[in-house]
Write a protein that binds this ligand. Structure first.
Ligand SMILES: Nc1ncnc2c1ncn2[C@@H]1O[C@H](COP(=O)(O)OP(=O)(O)OP(=O)(O)O)[C@@H](O)[C@H]1O
Ligand SMILES: [Mg+2]
Length: 265
């Protein structure tokens, strides 16, 4: 397995945010992490990224514990996009994306042609060509999110951990970014773990889905199995149905709109 963890538990003070979390991903696999607010998705991703030390369990890349790697070594394997990343307001888009290359350029920051190409590609892939010199404070929420995605892409790591990468994006960019993630996995064998609230997008992009509820992993399997499990209605407290939109299409969760109808009546 390329990326795995077993029995991962994380506590904040006395509160357990993640309990006995297991995950194993093959190269090129896309895994969606879904679950209600506060269920532990960001905690799981931060722990996989080596930013939180688990109380129990460990994370391994190619059977090697990430605890034994330096930050630079880890960054060559794995890029992480946090849910709420922060950087100085005056930093420009180009500076931010350039920073994504730190693991490649060495201590003396010698940027070579490959580094410059990776930076260009990352900016263009997220529709930010021409934004190079804009400071982060001068960007819209969605543009800023794309700048951060760009910084993660520039790292050219074999594992991408994305915490709600499309939450601020309009529907056009949501699809564009998801499409890019899909192509990276299928064409370059990039392995992806991504938290996402849109269940239909999760169903359509992922090979496997992990469903968390109050820090517990309550489902781990294929999108189709999740659709058949009846767990979505229970965990998210909504009424709805899974429907098959087209032959071979992933199951689509159709929320019953009774409440909205009542509001507009
Ligand atoms: N730094 C922290 N200190 C204390 N408790 C925390 C901290 N970060 C998260 N928590 C708690 O841990 C639990 C899991 O939080 P986490 O951010 O992992 O959830 P999430 O599934 O990513 O939620 P969301 O969908 O809202 O992003 C929640 O109960 C949250 O209140
Ligand atoms: Mg979160």
């Amino acid at each position: 397995m390329l990326l795995s963890c077993s029995s991962l538990s994380v506590t904040y003070g006395r509160r357990k945010a993640l309990n006995a979390f297991d995950l194993s991903l093959r190269k090129g696999e896309i895994r969606a992490l879904v679950g209600p607010n506060g269920s532990g998705k960001s905690t799981a991703l931060q722990t996989l990224a080596g930013l939180i030390k688990p109380a129990e369990g460990m994370v391994e890349i190619d059977c090697r514990p990430i605890g034994s790697m330096s930050r630079r070594q880890l960054a060559r394997h794995l890029a992480f996009l946090p849910q709420q990343p922060s950087a100085p307001d005056e930093m420009t888009v180009e500076q931010l994306v350039r920073q994504g290359r730190f693991a490649h350029v060495g201590l003396f920051r010698n940027y070579g042609i490959e580094d410059e190409e990776a930076i260009r590609w990352a900016l263009e892939s997220t529709g930010l060509a021409g934004f190079d010199n804009r400071s982060l404070s001068e960007l819209s929420g969605g543009e800023r999110q794309r700048a951060w995605i760009s910084a993660a892409l520039a790292q050219e790591a074999q594992i991408l951990l994305l915490d709600e990468p499309t939450s601020f994006l309009d529907i056009g960019y949501q699809i564009e970014i998801l499409d890019l993630v899909y192509r990276l996995s299928r064409e370059k064998g990039v392995t992806v773990v991504m938290s996402i609230h849109d269940l239909n997008q999760a169903m359509s992009i992922s090979d496997h889905i992990s469903l968390l509820e109050r820090g517990e992993l309550i489902f781990d399997g294929e999108p189709k199995q999740l659709a058949d499990s009846g767990l979505i209605e229970k965990v998210f407290r909504v009424k709805g149905n899974f429907v098959q939109i087209a032959p071979n299409a992933p199951p689509h969760f159709d929320v019953e709109l009774a409440r909205r109808t009542a509001l507009t009546a």
